[in-house]
Design a protein around this ligand. Structure first.
Ligand SMILES: NC(=O)c1ccc[n+]([C@@H]2O[C@H](COP(=O)([O-])OP(=O)(O)OC[C@H]3O[C@@H](n4cnc5c(N)ncnc54)[C@H](O)[C@@H]3O)[C@@H](O)[C@H]2O)c1
Length: 342
């Protein structure tokens, strides 16, 4: 049996990862260490509270004593806890450095103290945004694992810093790490500040969708279950010290994405409200995922549109109490502030 310490398991990707692991690996146990920040939601895993293979620990990755007390029972750490939203990092970068950089260092130092022989695995879940962006007029250019880092937002800079620390701890101390850099995820339980659940839930509420700039920025869309499968493949078979890029082969401009959502939901283009562009908005992300396909046999099978987008829209339609709860209170304050800036 493998016992995984998952950090950030109450967030979007983390909660999907818990379900994915328990569904596909009956012998595995998952302990979820989560600080329950604004994006961590215990409701995401409420149905697993009675499952003996799942345990929740409320606490921060910055709490060295707590992390050290959890690690002896674990075979591996899958590190997803983070401040994850670019727009929030533009408003205030400090929590991003505290959690993404210092929190990652605390985990690494705790691993070294508890496991000096480097028996335990450490999988660091990161983003393709560490590579910066690509021009719009060269569609054949993509990020691969040797692309130099050039992060452009405070969020991606903090993730790049954490990736560098993880690499350095492998090089210096021989830690048994892998890094994954993936493209934009979509699927159930995503906090509705991110574009797909934001637009879908706005439309259900009869509100317009705020599209940044002219909508020409391009993203590669990866279904969260494809991402979870890839992270599991890296956990089980990735080579120590290696980085794996994970993509969905599913590039769309934000305008194409918006039109696709409007079409699935039977709404007109009059529901688009063009708003002032995000500061420093990256133009295009695109992933070359050849390495993970060649080395680990993984490729996306759940990300293709329109089916994957339709099932995601349906999830938000079917789970209205979940997102109405999330969209109330403190989040509403943030939303009003964010869009009032334009
Ligand atoms: N969402 C994407 O499209 C995407 C793409 C590439 C990489 N990633 C990476 O995947 C990971 C998960 O992203 P997500 O979209 O699920 O984010 P999320 O914001 O939905 O979830 C983050 C989780 O981390 C927890 N957390 C924050 N600070 C913590 C701390 N100090 N200690 C313990 N827990 C803490 C939060 O409570 C929350 O549950 C992040 O590392 C992110 O950088 C996300």
């Amino acid at each position: 049996m493998q016992h995984i310490l998952l950090t950030g398991g109450s967030g979007f990707i983390g909660s999907n990862f818990v379900r994915f692991v328990l569904r596909h690996r009956p012998d595995c146990k998952v302990t979820n260490l989560d600080a329950l920040t604004y994006s961590g939601n215990p409701q995401n895993l409420a149905d697993l509270e009675e499952d003996p293979r799942y345990k929740f620990v409320h606490g921060s990755i910055n709490d060295m004593e707590l992390v050290q007390s959890l690690l002896p029972d674990m075979d591996a750490v899958v590190h997803m806890a983070a401040e994850s939203h670019v727009d929030r990092s533009i408003l205030d970068a400090r929590p991003f450095v505290e959690t993404n950089v210092l929190g990652t260092m605390t985990l690494l130092d705790a691993m070294r103290r508890v496991d000096p022989g480097n028996q335990k695995r450490f999988i660091h879940v990161s983003t393709d945004e560490v590579y910066g962006d690509l021009p719009l007029d060269q569609p054949n250019l993509k990020f691969n694992e040797t692309t130099p880092y050039a992060p452009s937002s405070p969020y991606s800079a903090s993730k790049a810093g954490s990736d560098m620390l993880v690499r350095a701890y492998h090089h210096t101390f021989g830690m048994n790490i892998c890094i994954t850099n993936c493209s934009n995820n979509f699927g159930p339980y995503q906090f509705p500040e991110k574009v797909i659940p934001l637009f879908v839930t706005n439309l259900i509420e009869g509100q317009k969708v705020p599209l940044y700039g002219d909508g020409s920025n391009v993203r590669d869309w990866l279904h969260v279950d494809d991402h979870c499968e890839a992270v599991l493949a890296v956990l089980e078979n990735g080579a120590a010290g290696e980085t794996y890029n994970i993509g969905g082969n599913n590039e769309r401009s934000n305008l194409q994405l918006t039109h696709a959502i409007l079409e699935v939901m039977g709404k007109g283009k009059d529901m688009i409200e063009h708003v002032k562009d995000r500061l420093g908005h990256d133009r295009r992300y695109a992933i070359d995922a050849t390495k993970i396909k060649t080395d680990l046999g993984w490729e996306p099978t759940r990300s293709a549109w329109p089916a994957a987008l339709e099932s995601t829209v349906k999830w938000y339609i079917d789970n209205e109490p979940w997102w109405r709860n999330v969209k109330s209170g403190a989040y509403r304050e943030y939303y009003n502030k964010q869009y009032a800036r334009r």
